[in-house]
Design a protein around this ligand. Structure first.
Ligand SMILES: C[S@@+](CC[C@H](N)C(=O)[O-])C[C@H]1O[C@@H](n2cnc3c(N)ncnc32)[C@H](O)[C@@H]1O
Length: 260
């Protein structure tokens, strides 16, 4: 990558996650913060992989249910096995809109994604769903009169309670027709020892976004208005494992619902 700008001197959550996944779209400040996290939670890289595996299983399941449109919010940096690659193995004509509020993630995605009128990348903010839903680039690719799967994978834990993430998710639900899936994964502290958690949160407080793990009941509220797909909201690695080898490390909950 080219030399970082001033804004890029600050550890950035998208690029720290890229580092955990073994990617190369990160700067020294991102790597230093990610290394601090890895010293506190050595299995963070494995947990990040487990989250990507969940994304793959959930997207494939939605495609197998017949869903052909995907809105991936907080999509992050382009990593191997992007949503369009997964879904197009089932249905080559599927449409995918990638959204992230991070300028660098969006720039890389634009550069690396194929030129295709049914795939687009939008810089947008989950905390401003109406603005995002009104964007012509989104409307040009997604038809909201047909089911649209909304993916909120490892992103809601960067939105504080004061920023009303439950309201934002409800707005997205209202914009979609019945049968539309919502896919969620979310970091939790349930079962985690308190001291390392506090140390980890201190690292993220110095980054581009604070980290807000939530208990099961609060994550489940994001799926209000949806019928949960079996097995419900469970540990990431336990959501419909498909026999592919995976370590059973999960730092969060994962689930899928279908809009009533
Ligand atoms: C941990 S990464 C997850 C990437 C991908 N969804 C996955 O699970 O592999 C979180 C991403 O969410 C983005 N993000 C955080 N808050 C956001 C917001 N309010 N609106 C849009 N994107 C956001 C970050 O920039 C980052 O790229």
């Amino acid at each position: 990558m080219t030399a970082p700008t001033d804004a890029e001197q600050r550890p950035n959550v998208a690029r720290m996650y890229d580092y955990y996944l073994g990617g190369c779209h990160n700067f020294a400040a991102d790597r230093a913060a990610a290394e601090q996290i890895l010293r506190i939670f050595p299995d963070t890289g494995i947990a990040a992989q487990a989250n990507r595996h969940f994304l793959r299983r959930a997207v494939r399941h939605a495609a197998e249910l017949g869903v052909r449109q995907f809105l991936d919010i907080g999509a992050g940096l382009p990593t191997q096995g992007g949503v369009h690659e997964i879904v197009r193995q089932v249905a080559p004509d599927s449409a995918v809109v990638y959204v992230d509020y991070d300028e660098v993630a969006v720039a890389h995605a634009r550069r690396l994604l194929p030129v295709d009128r049914r795939i687009t990348v939008v810089r947008g903010d989950l905390r401003r769903p109406d603005e995002l839903l009104a964007r012509p680039e989104v409307r040009a690719v997604l038809d909201f009169d047909r089911p649209v799967a909304v993916l909120l994978v490892a992103v809601l834990h960067f939105v504080t309670d004061a920023e009303q993430p439950w309201d934002a998710v409800a707005r997205l639900r209202e914009a979609t027709v019945p049968g539309s899936p919502l896919v969620v994964s979310h970091l939790t502290l349930d079962g985690a020892p308190p001291l390392p958690v506090q140390q980890g949160q201190a690292v993220y407080r110095r980054s581009s976004a604070p980290l807000l793990p939530r208990p099961h009941a609060e994550v489940l509220r994001f799926l209000d208005g949806y019928d949960l797909v079996e097995p419900g909201l469970v540990r990431v690695a336990d959501w419909r494992p498909d026999g592919e080898p995976q370590e059973r490390v999960s730092h969060g909950y994962a689930g899928m619902g279908l809009r009533r």
